[in-house]
Write a new protein. Sequence first.
Length: 262
Amino acid sequence: MAPRFNAKRPVKAGQTEIRQSGRNAWTRAVVQPRPEVMALEPDAHGGLDPVELARLGLRPEDVLDFSVNTNAYGPPPGVAQALAAVDVTRYPDRRATALRRAIAAREGIAAEQVLIGNGAAQLIWLAAMAYLRPGDRVLIIGPTFGEYRVASQLMGAEVTVWRANPAHDFAPDPDDLARALAIGGPRLVWLCNPNNPTGVYLPLDVLRRLRTAAPGALWIIDEAYRPFVAEPWPSPPLSEEGNVLLLRSLTKEGALPGLRLG
């Protein structure tokens, strides 16, 4: 039976007394999100805001969007035809087997090493949920994409942002960064390489040196902008060394932010 409402029963702090259909009832305190959620500070993200545009009386086609650094040449040929051929009446392969095998064949790795997500953003959140616990130390090499911080803080991690010096064109000083890694002892390191928004691209020898400064850390390297590098170094072999996750996306290279594929 539902509990009876006692008119003489005091309402505790956080409880609400309600009346419905002439009957008295009581409800418990409103369930609140975790403290980590309540303390989150949102971060800026690229993309047009339809609500903001409507408030300003603007149409999306009237605005030049510089907040998203996608390929200016647009999607590759054949993308529209391929999307039109998709059977939307059926659930897709939840493991994305064919796509994982194609990526693995191109990169020379095993299909089991490839995970497909709804954009790299989902993979950022999945990685934070999978590897971070309350109190874990996280180091972010900044200034950079804000999603790393938000996802890490939501999991209760202690986040430190090591900021590169603008006087040096935001190129990280390997010695200073190595010291910060050794002192901080992070469980997880976020690195955007090449970096968003500075464009700095760390060479492989520098990255390997930095990894030795924090040998027990998991490095998550976001390579969303790698296709724009003139001569990128081959990064998949780095994952064979252990404790490395590489993030890639079709958003920037393929100019397909609406497809959500990472």
